[in-house]
Design a protein around this ligand. Structure first.
Ligand SMILES: Cc1cc2nc3c(=O)[nH]c(=O)nc-3n(C[C@H](O)[C@H](O)[C@H](O)COP(=O)(O)O)c2cc1C
Ligand code: SF4
Length: 264
């Protein structure tokens, strides 16, 4: 099969998914385009149409699933029997049903999933007191993703390679968890001062959840996906200290490191 280009679509609020996707795309060894769908500002190419080039579609895992916002974005992609790599990136707990959901969604839109991968990256809730896969993807993770890209290219280049539906994508039959009900809303807060950073917080928010009103930075709880992009990028302006979050972080920090998983 002849492939000349790679188009990689990525949703990556805190950057881990983007790093892995870049490594995969580089590994394929063909000209590639990264289409970053993370913020409304960068989502201009949302209605991307794919031909016979290789697609890579990559998303973080939230609560063991493909998050609703990423699913809405990916619903606008149109494939034409496009050979596709689906990649989920998760914070060392589990990807549960996320890959399967990506496969089902994309195969209903004209993509043929020929390869899949689940990579560990630093958890969005990792901080200086809770090491949750901190620093991943590290150099060996990146090299492994590149090598997987090379393997995909080798498989596709074989003269008898035909993209076929039906790759057996794994899933965890005991899927993940959300935050339990609690009277205090799950939402990042704004620190006093640092108001010069508020426009930047608004700019990087994937969910357009923040707005300045009456000289205050407001967060719309119904829109916020708790991605931690504002908290990680602007710690002097934003923080997340829900009463239950420290306990969740303690538990996540105790998990042994997981390996990346690749299917071709
Ligand atoms: C709301 C939320 C839910 C998450 N749920 C999971 C999960 O179920 N399993 C897991 O291992 N990591 C989970 N994570 C961690 C992210 O999948 C991980 O940090 C990923 O690298 C984030 O991608 P990004 O850096 O591209 O934003 C969650 C993160 C957030 C923000
Ligand atoms: S307000 Fe919510 S959705 Fe927006 S960047 Fe912050 S955590 Fe993410």
């Amino acid at each position: 099969m002849k492939i000349e280009n790679v188009k990689a679509v990525v949703f990556s609020p805190t950057g881990g998914t983007l790093k892995v996707t870049q490594a995969l795309a580089q590994g394929v060894g063909l000209p590639y385009e990264i289409i970053d769908m993370t913020t409304p500002r960068t989502r201009i190419k949302a209605q991307t149409v794919f031909g016979s080039d290789l697609a890579i579609v990559a998303s973080p895992v939230y609560y063991g699933h493909l998050t609703a916002l990423a699913a809405d974005i990916f619903k606008k992609l149109i494939g034409h029997n496009t050979p596709t790599v689906i990649t989920c990136v998760y914070g060392n707990r589990h990807y549960d049903e996320a890959l399967l959901e990506m496969q089902n969604l994309l195969e209903s839109q004209g993509f043929i999933v020929i390869a899949a991968s689940a990579h560990v990256a630093e958890h969005s809730y990792s901080d200086e007191r809770h090491d949750i896969a901190a620093g991943r993807p590290h150099a060996a993770d990146i090299e492994q993703a590149k090598e997987f890209g090379r393997q995909i290219r080798t498989a596709i280049d074989k003269s008898d390679f035909v993209a076929k539906r039906g790759l057996a994508v794994p899933f965890n039959p005991n899927p993940g968890y959300g935050f339990p009900e609690h009277p205090e809303p799950y939402i990042p807060k704004t620190l006093p001062g640092a108001s010069d950073q508020w426009p930047h917080c608004i700019r990087i928010c994937p969910a357009a959840a923040m707005a300045i009103r009456n000289d205050e930075l407001h967060t719309d709880k119904s829109k916020c996906i708790l991605c931690m992009a504002c908290v990680k990028s602007f710690p002097n302006a934003r923080f997340f200290d829900h009463p239950l979050i420290a306990m969740a972080k303690d538990n996540l920090a105790k998990l042994p490191p997981r390996e990346n998983e690749l299917w071709l």
